[in-house]
Design a binder for this molecule. Structure first.
Ligand code: HEM
Length: 439
């Protein structure tokens, strides 16, 4: 095991986690320890699949995930009275987490229940396609605003699943004072500020720094807007005055029947955790296909074929998730000693290339994904604490990608896209996509 404090200096604005992790790996080996500063725990980075597996599995019953300490503080201390000890999935630990997760799992992860959102998600994806159609010749607009457009789509989609109605962010006459825009901004600010406060050196645990004050204001704003939307959803449900089949209910309606506080917090977290994550992955697929016209054409043929099993689409989604993880690190807080020896992870076959075919290749093919240990790519995390939005996210993204590549030929004109790490990874403008209608 090699430990170096100075490795911490490599964190900084504009950092890209993939480069940083490779550099640390090359320099220090397969186990790297970053010493905690300002009341923060030490961080040990593991590169060896067996070691990752060993640590994850040791916590299978009750996984502890650190992070979002400012949100934890906000909910535990600042919002103490109103939330009454329920902290939501992102911040709860131990029995509290298990109880919450047991209540929400069926509503969010049952594939049959998630699939009922397919028709409204199609409509929302169609709205984005229509907006791109309108702006496709205004490359200056898209270079700057592609991210805004795609995050409006991901917010609109996840909000529909959570609340059962449209927010209207993708409309033509939407102005910047639409509350949806504030939610988008809150989600970005939280990523940015939480990274500064919780990953870079910060004194916020001792003094209220400007970034700390800003994140608390942002949590307040995000809470205020999301509860307003949740209240509206509740009012609509009450005014309807009759029950509807379970499969047609929004997540909030399903959960209100079980536990009111859990329903509110789950919907609140969806309106934050389901925006930039989903838009990042959708952008990553569009970008990779724009850079690989032959794969784009192969996908288009599948989209247009009558076969309902869109296997290549699924492979493209998996490949994009594998190449650039949204959440740059799968964190666990250790609750016991681990004894892990250090050696390098062998690079997976052509690991840096976008090759969706690896997910379809058979066992004899050197590309076969099973040749690399599954543990090296965990885009949705691990085990029972893994992402609860997974099914929803996959459905949203596949729906959009089908529509988009049916409608447009997409190219990328410019230098490779840049990834910058906040709490999640983000792409940065300019978005050099060019969309050509082909329908
Ligand atoms: C492609 C999009 C997404 C990716 C790649 C992603 C990835 C992740 C990852 C890696 C984790 C940590 C898992 C772990 O610690 O093992 C996580 C947790 C979580 N995600 Fe997602 N996510 C996505 C979309 C969503 C959506 C749409 C929602 C909204 C429903 C969501 C809500 C959450 C929540 C609430 C947690 C905490 C779960 C817990 O601790 O029990 N995510 N996500």
């Amino acid at each position: 095991m090699i430990m170096r404090n100075k490795a911490l200096r490599q964190f900084g604005p504009g950092v890209n986690i993939f480069d940083m992790m490779s550099t640390l790996h090359e320099k220090y080996g397969s186990i790297v320890k970053l010493q905690g500063v300002f009341a923060r725990s030490d961080l040990v980075i593991l590169y060896e699949p067996e070691h990752i597996d060993q640590v994850f599995r040791s916590q299978e019953a009750n996984p502890l995930r650190p992070g979002f300490q400012t949100l934890e503080y906000y909910r535990e201390v600042i919002k103490k009275g109103s939330l009454d000890g329920i902290y939501g999935l992102t911040t709860a630990q131990g029995e509290k987490w298990r109880d919450f997760r047991t209540k929400v799992n069926p509503a969010l992860l049952k594939l049959k229940l998630v699939k009922v959102y397919a028709p409204p998600l199609e409509e929302i994806a169609q709205d984005l396609v229509q907006r791109i159609r309108r702006y496709k010749d205004d490359t200056k607009y898209l270079e700057k605003n592609f991210d805004l457009e795609i995050t409006k789509w991901s917010l609109e989609s996840v909000a529909y699943v959570a609340l059962g109605s449209r927010l209207g962010c993708l409309g033509d006459d939407v102005t910047k004072d639409h509350p949806g825009f504030t939610l988008l901004q809150c989600s970005k600010d939280i990523m940015d500020l939480a990274f500064k406060l919780e990953f870079l050196p910060s004194m916020w645990k001792y003094i209220a720094t400007p970034a700390y004050k800003k994140i608390i204001r942002t949590y307040d704003k995000q809470w205020e807007i999301s509860t307003k939307y949740i209240e509206e959803a509740r009012k609509r449900i009450n005014e309807r005055g009759y029950d509807i089949p379970e499969e047609e209910k929004s997540v909030v309606e399903r959960l209100l029947a079980i536990d009111e506080k859990v329903a509110i917090l789950m919907a609140n977290e969806m309106l934050f955790a389901g925006i930039d994550t989903v838009s990042f992955v959708a952008t990553s697929i569009i970008y990779n296909l724009a850079r690989h016209p032959e794969k784009q054409q192969k996908l288009r043929e599948e989209i247009r074929s009558p076969d309902t099993h869109k296997r290549y689409l699924r492979a493209c989604l998996k490949e994009a998730l594998r190449m650039w993880h949204v959440i740059p690190s799968n964190l666990r807080r250790t609750d016991r000693d681990h004894y892990v020896a250090g050696y390098h992870i062998p690079a997976g076959p052509r690991a840096k290339e976008f090759i969706p075919e690896r997910w379809l290749a058979d066992k004899n093919d050197p590309l076969y994904y099973g040749n690399a240990p599954a543990i090296v790519t965990l885009p949705f995390g691990f085990g029972i604490r893994s992402c609860i939005g997974r099914r929803i996210a996959e459905l949203e993204i596949e729906t959009l990608i089908k529509k988009l590549f049916d409608e447009f030929e997409v190219t990328w004109e410019g230098p490779p896209i840049k990834v910058v790490t906040k709490v999640g990874n983000t792409f940065v403008e300019p978005y050099n996509f060019r969309f050509k209608s082909i329908k």
